[in-house]
Design a protein around this ligand. Structure first.
Ligand SMILES: [Fe+2]
Length: 296
């Protein structure tokens, strides 16, 4: 890919892509990349670095087939299959998130990090927009490095020894139903599969260390039900505090989708929230997740 001229301080460190931050906390638009026509290794290395530095990046105006979407995700790592969502018939790596005009509940309408209830949660998630409402349906992100940095030294010490217990299929959902119950009643936006014996409840450190950057981040979300070794009643006040604290406005950015946009975030240091403000319209997103490691 051709070298791009840059002017900003951040741009100086990128030679093949343009990285435009969208908020003070996290998030950047990457310009100068056409994924469908191929991304060479030097450009890819810069994309990977921009992803680590900005935690969530996106590329507008991409024209991707499902096969190209899968191939680009595989450049980052192995695909993390969703244990409860059913993939597309021809592309089992891709989960289609389809909210129809008559459905009221959306997918991902709570602050969370993807797959935190599995033993090895997805390190990254790559969404591609295929159909969007005329307005709305944005996705919000929150920087969990910043959230960790901003808690007191005292609370940091306490959290340092604790694990959160995350449940992938609890009745804490706004509907009060499990995933299968939601799917059967027509409330779900994704076809579900029975996870069988797969582990969908896992305990991970509430403060995790990012394996690539070495930075510490809070690791909590809507799937977090208790603190390991604590009762639910004991866990609730601290977890409620953390769940509120971790998405303070100054930790967040908001991504406004356009059709054909590929958004790619790091689940190890962010939470996200799908805004459900487009009732009566259809929204179709293709989701691929990338395998991560055991959090430490
Ligand atoms: Fe999600």
């Amino acid at each position: 890919m051709a070298e791009l001229a840059g002017t900003s301080a951040q741009q100086i460190s990128y030679k093949y892509i343009k990285v435009v931050p969208i908020a003070g906390a996290l998030g950047a638009e990457i310009e100068g990349v056409d994924i469908a026509s191929g991304v060479d290794d030097k450009t890819f290395d810069e994309i990977h670095r921009a992803w680590l530095e900005n935690n969530i990046v996106y590329f507008r105006d991409q024209n991707l087939t499902p096969a190209q979407h899968v191939a680009f995700a595989r450049r980052i790592g192995d695909i993390h299959p969703h244990l409860l969502n059913k993939g597309l018939e021809n592309f089992p790596e891709i989960v289609e998130v389809r909210k129809t005009p008559t459905q009221k509940l959306n997918n991902g309408g709570r602050w969370h990090s993807d797959q935190m209830y599995t033993p090895k949660p997805a390190k990254g998630t790559m969404l591609y927009s295929r159909e969007l409402p005329p307005v709305g349906g944005d996705t919000m992100f929150s920087n969990q490095y910043l959230a960790y940095d901003m808690v007191s030294e005292g609370l940091k010490k306490t959290l340092g020894g604790l694990k959160g217990v995350h449940n992938g299929d609890s009745r804490n959902h706004p509907s009060g139903l499990t995933r299968m119950e939601r799917a059967k009643s027509g409330l779900g936006t994704i076809p579900q599969v029975d996870p069988g014996d797969a582990q969908i409840v896992s305990a991970h450190p509430l403060v995790r260390t990012h394996p690539e950057t070495g930075r510490k981040a809070l690791y909590v979300g809507s799937h977090t039900e208790s603190i390991e070794g604590w009762s639910h009643a004991e866990s609730e006040p601290l977890l409620n505090y953390l769940k509120e604290f971790t998405h303070r406005p100054e930790f967040t950015c908001r991504v406004r989708w356009t059709k054909g946009m590929l958004t790619f975030w790091d689940n190890r240091c962010t939470q996200h929230f799908a805004v459900n403000d487009y009732q009566g319209h259809q929204r179709i997103i293709h989701k691929i997740m990338i395998q991560g490691d055991t959090p430490f």
